[in-house]
Design a binder for this molecule. Structure first.
Ligand code: RIB
Ligand code: CA
Length: 342
């Protein structure tokens, strides 16, 4: 009798789940082929660990690196470190652009440290870079990909993708969507009063990507500054009692100090990992389609992203702008996935 009741209650639960899924009430994240373009960077490493710990949803085809937080040799080393810490040396790392398209290079060693990875010791990872440049990898892969099949997560300056689009505009055929950590509207900037670092570091590249017409989602400071660390959230990560939890809590403890002081915040953002969380659990976030314009003119507005949130100008809505997110939901997801790693 008891077995029979258990059988039927299980049947009812599965039927209920199927009903919710079919009604779209539960956003079961579809499995995606994903390329992560990144400038590790403290929050980039957290994003890479989160992505590499989620193989059911994210088939990470490759990591492509770009100069940004620190120079290309160190962003590429740090990407290889994240891959090693995640136990995912199956994923190739291709080094890309060492400088922006036009403007003079800028870095963020004051935030990410000389090695681009605060709070932890770095070493030379065992596995080397893949041969070939990241830009050529993007051109070759996206040209041959099934139509609109590959998602690209852009966690740094958008130089690599911009160069690939200039070299081979037809690669848009292989792109499902591009999800960008970048920009700021309501929040204001973090490198100038109006500009966010990734855009400010290469606004011309961001304009090339925006003009390409690919499906584009921005995860700006407007939302990342609402998803902040706290003592309890750091303790949550430390409580994993594994290497990944220790690494991420140590990195974040050091990384968020500058933002907490600058903004007078009780915690700091984990910008890039918010992009991966969007891909894994979009229901944690909300936003709207807006018209986005990027200012690349010399002057006080250089690198500014103007998001027409209230549709004042009634222009075409060329990006989905994420404006809000569930902070505790983000940290619960991050903790649960890092718990899968060693
Ligand atoms: O403004 C935050 C962004 O700039 C993040 O991607 C961080 O890693 C830096 O690249
Ligand atoms: Ca980054």
């Amino acid at each position: 009798m008891h077995t029979c009741r258990r059988y039927f209650s299980g049947l009812l639960r599965s039927a209920a789940l199927l009903t919710l899924l079919s009604a779209g009430a539960l956003h079961a994240a579809e499995k995606r082929d994903l390329i992560i373009d990144t400038d590790p960077g403290a929050d980039d490493v957290v994003a890479l660990l989160l992505a590499l710990a989620s193989p059911q949803e994210l088939n990470v085809l490759a990591i492509t690196t770009v100069a940004g937080n620190v120079r290309i040799d160190k962003t590429s080393r740090n990407a290889r470190l994240a891959r090693e810490w995640a136990g995912r040396e199956d994923v190739p790392v291709y080094a890309g652009a060492g400088r922006p398209l036009v403007r003079s290079p800028i870095y963020a060693e004051n935030i990410h440290g000389k090695e681009g990875l605060p709070g932890v010791d770095v070493h030379e990872p065992a596995k080397p870079l893949a041969t070939g440049n990241a830009v050529q990898y993007l051109v070759d892969t996206l040209s041959k990909a099934a139509p609109h099949s590959i998602t690209i997560a852009m966690l740094g300056p958008q130089t690599n993708l911009a160069l690939a689009l200039v070299q081979a505009p037809e690669i848009t055929q292989g792109i499902k969507e591009v999800v960008v950590m970048g920009g700021a509207h309501f929040n204001g900037g973090n490198i100038t009063p109006v500009a966010e670092f990734n855009i400010y570091a290469d606004p011309d590249a961001a304009k090339v990507v925006l003009a390409s017409g690919v499906k584009l989602t921005y995860v700006p400071l407007d939302v990342t500054h609402k998803i902040l660390t706290s003592d309890s959230r750091i303790r949550q990560l430390e409580g994993l009692n594994n290497q990944a939890g220790k690494l991420v809590s140590s990195i974040l403890n050091e990384y968020v100090k500058a933002d907490m002081i600058h903004y007078g915040l009780p915690g700091g953002p984990v910008h890039d990992a918010s992009v991966i969380a969007w891909l894994l659990k979009p229901e944690l976030f909300s936003g709207r389609s807006v018209n986005l314009v990027i200012d690349n003119r010399e002057g006080p507005g250089f690198g500014q992203t103007i998001a027409d949130w209230y549709d004042t100008l009634a222009q075409n809505k060329n990006v989905f702008w994420v404006g809000n997110g569930d902070a505790q939901g983000f940290f619960d997801l991050l903790t649960q996935r890092l718990g899968r790693l060693k």
